[in-house]
Write a protein that binds this ligand. Structure first.
Ligand code: ATP
Ligand code: MG
Length: 218
């Protein structure tokens, strides 16, 4: 919507820029279409019936692409963003569409709840066969009593219900589910130094582990 607003409201946008905005908006709407289909199938996700398409994914490239798609939203909220990585390329075995959805949810939250914080950072660290992808924002701290519950379906922190951020409280439940489908996890830490959602993923997709974790989710 951000890119389409730029197109609708902008005058004399150079053709090249217009094409770029159109392409981003088109790709994003394709992903949204898929998201809606999958939301209807949320129960299926819980029952492990979503087929995973495992392929080699460069997580650095994926994060760079996602951040670029969010550019209008960052701009609208006067936020800067940065991407840091210990390596230029980090290849992992994963379902790229599912990972895009996971990080889409985290970046969305970082913007929505980190508006007062000036900046959103993504930090990728590869440690042996594990990759950490941390999405960090500043601004609203998640209260201690809520921190263990934010991954629960439909759970929203009281303060975010009163301000009009209009979510359903499914974003983090879906994100956690997707991480676990990959044999990974997400942990959160929130204090005055920032709110960090740290996603861990293995470089190698381990089918045994996936079957086990997924059975655990039912
Ligand atoms: P939805 O994602 O379904 O649109 P939502 O954003 O409210 O709705 P979740 O993404 O599951 O739901 O997040 C749950 C709650 O955790 C949010 O309502 C918010 O209070 C808190 N939260 C999530 N991410 C952050 C963050 N980066 N900083 C501060 N609070 C957060
Ligand atoms: Mg959310």
């Amino acid at each position: 919507i951000g890119y389409m607003e730029l197109l609708v409201n902008g005058n004399n946008i150079p053709e090249e820029t217009r094409d770029k905005y159109l392409k981003v908006a088109y790709n994003k709407s394709l992903r949204l279409q898929k998201l809606i289909e999958d939301l209807f199938g949320f129960t299926k996700l819980n029952y492990g019936k979503i087929a995973m398409n495992i392929a080699k994914v460069d997580i650095v490239k994926l994060m760079a692409q996602l951040l670029e798609e969010f550019y209008p939203n960052f701009m609208e909220n006067s936020l800067e963003y940065s991407l840091e990585s210990t390596e230029n390329q980090v290849m992992i075995e994963a379902d790229g569409d599912l990972l895009a959805r996971l990080f889409d949810n985290l970046i969305n939250n970082a913007i929505k709840y980190g508006k007062d914080g000036k900046k959103v950072s993504v930090v990728i660290r590869k440690v042996d066969d594990i990759v950490h992808v941390a999405v960090i924002n500043y601004g609203k701290v998640i209260p201690k009593e809520d921190i263990d519950k934010v991954f629960n379906k439909f759970y929203r922190v009281e303060q975010s219900r009163s301000v009009n951020t209009g979510g359903t409280g499914l974003g983090l439940a879906i994100a956690k589910n997707i991480a676990m489908m990959h044999g990974g996890d997400i942990v959160v830490q929130s204090d005055l130094y920032g709110t960090i959602f740290d996603v861990t993923l293995s470089v190698n997709y381990n089918k045994e582990k996936y079957v086990y974790e997924n059975r655990d989710l039912i």
